[in-house]
Design a protein around this ligand. Structure first.
Ligand SMILES: [Zn+2]
Ligand SMILES: [Zn+2]
Length: 108
């Protein structure tokens, strides 16, 4: 029987191992193992096990990131749109003069 306390984590040489991965039979510290379906697996073996799900998850997160990006852009656009409307709605005396009539925000 090997003493677990004598073992070091496969990824962290100076950390004591707390578990042994049943898949690859290496020792790992608390940080490097994850519970999966009542078994303690190392991150590497877990990644191999849930690979199909992981790729789905990646695709999903990519889509949601894109949605967030679009939403953020839309919010920004709405913000500046209303800001522009507000500026236009100001009494004309406020922006008398050529600078405002040129619409410098549209010329770029
Ligand atoms: Zn493993
Ligand atoms: Zn570790």
């Amino acid at each position: 029987m090997e003493d677990l306390q004598q073992q070091r984590c496969f990824n962290h040489l100076f950390r004591e191992a707390v578990a042994r991965c049943p898949e690859c039979r290496r020792y790992f510290c608390r940080e490097c193992v994850t519970e999966h379906e009542d078994r303690v697996l190392c991150a590497g073996c877990l990644g191999k096990k849930i690979n199909p799900d992981a790729s789905d998850l990646t695709r999903f997160s990519r889509v949601s990131r894109m949605i967030h990006f679009l939403l953020g852009g839309m919010l920004l656009w709405i913000f500046f749109y209303y800001l522009g409307q507000m500026l236009l709605a100001l009494p004309s005396a406020f922006h008398e003069g050529t600078l405002w009539e040129l619409g410098w925000w549209n010329t770029q």
